[in-house]
Design a protein around this ligand. Sequence first.
Ligand SMILES: C[S@@+](CC[C@H](N)C(=O)[O-])C[C@H]1O[C@@H](n2cnc3c(N)ncnc32)[C@H](O)[C@@H]1O
Length: 281
Amino acid sequence: MLSLLDLITRSLPPAPWSEGDNIPWDEPAFSQRMLNEHLAQDHDLASRRLSLIDSQVSRLIETSIPAAPARVLDLACGPGLYLHRIAAAGHSGVGIDFSPASIDHARSEADAAGYDLIYHHDDLRTADFGSGFDTILLLYGQINVFRRTEALKILTKAHAALVPGGKLVLEPQTFSHIRLTGQAPPVWSSHESGLFGADPHLTLTESSWYEASAVTTQRFYIVDAATGAVERHALSSEAYTDEQLTNTLNDAGFAEVTHRPSLTGEETDDGLSVVVCARTA
Ligand SMILES: C[S@@+](CC[C@H](N)C(=O)[O-])C[C@H]1O[C@@H](n2cnc3c(N)ncnc32)[C@H](O)[C@@H]1O
């Protein structure tokens, strides 16, 4: 646990990745609070709203999943909002995520609906992805939160888990969105309760953009109102140009890399991410 003095004497800016890889998605209490954000229908911060996911999944089924029954793997699946809609269309699948609350939620919803889905609570960096999938999804900008070497390993494992001719659907954040996030000014905010704590707290969010390495680091200081105790989390995101993404996918073994503006095919989803599809040979 840090103190207010640690906050005052903090390094500015922090070196990328030096203060942790990601916000604590895998911590049980945090993951329970995050689950509420995934399921909230008044914002798109953790998952898109269900009306948009419905259109995204319809388009995915038309363009990227073979005729049912196909096998689909959703990497960083969260509470299963995509896989459940895919299973309702007659497909089977596997979801992997390291948020315990999201995986519990996804499993109980799938069991209640009788879907042919298996959920694994695991870290994509070390998980065995299995094999024999027709389509693999890695959505909502998650490829960017891994260091480049880890991202390449995850994409290489995805390639090995697909059938010949199988398809990867990747939804990276745009280069400009990651750069703009890193160039945002610091923000203090106050919360009676929120994502970073159930009790009253202040949050300082600081962002840095590192031009040479094309990385943004966001750092969050959480100050407990009752005790003044300070917690810190950091999240770094790697920005890729289109060409770098294509090269990374080729290095992972993929061919036929194509780009499209969004999961629905429209230009106007949110402007924050794009879609890159690739096939195994
Ligand atoms: C922005 S959410 C998106 C969830 C889901 N794809 C969706 O759009 O509803 C990111 C997800 O990535 C998961 N995640 C982040 N890092 C992970 C890792 N190293 N291994 C497994 N899951 C991870 C988080 O737990 C979270 O559920």
